[in-house]
Design a binder for this molecule. Structure first.
Ligand code: ZN
Length: 250
C-alpha cells in the first residue's frame, strides 16, 4: 500500500492550509519553489495534495508526481530508496500491474482508470495483468509473422524492410520486442514459444496472399498480416466448433 501523502507532508514540516486539511484536495505551501513563502503571498498555498490518489502538484512551479517521489524530493533520498522502504528490496513484491508505465497502461485502456480511480485499479490488478499479457502476446504474434515475411524478401528490399521493421518494434512499449523476435528466430521449431508458433502460421497465410501482388509494399504486407491473424483466429474458432459438434453428433 502507498503511504499517505498528508502524513509525509506533515513529517517533512510542509505547512498545510488548515482550511483544507484532510480534504480530498489539501492545499499546502510549496517546498519546491517556495513562491508562496513570500510575505505578500501569505494567504497563498500553491501545492495541491490529492489525499485520495496520493499525488501532488504545484500550481506555480508545476512540480508534480506521486507520493513516493514527493517523499524522495523532500528527504533528499533517491526514488528507489523510498520505494524499497515501503515495498521492500525484492522487485517481485510489486504486482506486475503496478509496474506498468503510463504508455503501457494506455495501450490496454487502463491508464485513465488508474488516474481516476486508483483504489479500484488496485482491486482489478489481476485483470490488468491479464490484459497486458494478452496485448503482448497478440503483438508478438503479429510482429513475428511480419518479421518472417520480410525475411523472405531479397536484396535491397529486404534491408529497407528490416530497417522499417526495427523502427516499428521500437514504437511499441513492449520491452525488448525486437530482441525477443530474433531470439525465437534462432531457435529450432520444437523450442519455439507459443506466440512464435502462431506467428509462423499467420505468416504462412499472409505470405500466400502477398506474393500474388507483384510488388510488395510494406504497409500492404502489414495489412495482410492483420488479415491473416484475423483469419487464423476464425479458422481456429471454426474448427473448435466443428470438433464440439462432432463430439455431440450434431
Ligand atoms: Zn512550487
Amino acid at each position: 500500500m502507498l503511504p499517505n501523502i498528508l502524513d509525509i507532508a506533515q513529517a517533512c514540516n510542509v505547512e498545510i492550509d488548515s482550511k483544507t486539511y484532510g480534504k480530498k484536495e489539501t492545499r499546502a505551501k510549496c517546498p519546491f519553489c517556495q513562491e508562496d513563502a513570500k510575505p505578500e503571498k501569505r494567504k497563498k498555498f500553491y501545492l495541491s495534495l490529492n489525499t485520495q490518489d496520493q499525488v501532488y502538484r504545484c500550481f506555480f512551479c508545476g512540480e508534480k508526481g506521486g507520493v513516493l517521489k514527493f517523499e524522495a524530493n523532500l528527504t533528499q533520498k533517491s526514488f528507489t530508496e523510498v520505494k524499497e522502504k515501503y515495498f521492500g528490496k525484492n522487485k517481485k513484491s510489486l504486482h506486475p500491474a503496478y509496474q506498468l508505465n503510463a504508455e503501457q497502461l494506455s495501450r490496454i485502456g487502463w491508464q485513465k482508470y488508474k488516474r481516476n480511480n486508483f483504489k479500484d485499479f488496485l482491486k482489478n490488478r489481476e485483470q490488468v495483468e491479464n490484459d497486458w499479457n494478452q496485448y503482448v502476446y497478440t503483438e508478438l504474434v503479429k510482429y513475428y509473422a511480419l518479421f518472417l515475411c520480410i525475411n523472405q524478401l531479397n536484396g535491397a528490399k529486404k534491408i529497407e524492410a528490416m530497417k522499417w521493421f526495427v523502427g516499428k518494434c521500437r514504437e511499441l512499449p513492449i520491452p525488448k520486442m525486437y530482441e525477443r523476435i530474433i531470439n525465437q528466430h534462432n531457435k529450432e521449431d520444437k523450442d519455439l514459444d507459443k506466440w512464435a508458433i502462431t506467428g509462423k502460421q499467420v505468416a504462412r497465410i499472409a505470405w500466400k496472399v502477398s506474393i500474388k501482388t507483384v510488388d510488395i509494399k510494406l504497409n500492404d504486407l502489414f495489412i495482410n498480416i492483420l488479415l491473416a491473424d484475423f483469419f487464423y483466429k476464425k479458422v481456429k474458432i471454426h474448427s473448435h466448433k466443428r470438433r464440439v459438434s462432432q463430439k455431440n453428433n450434431i
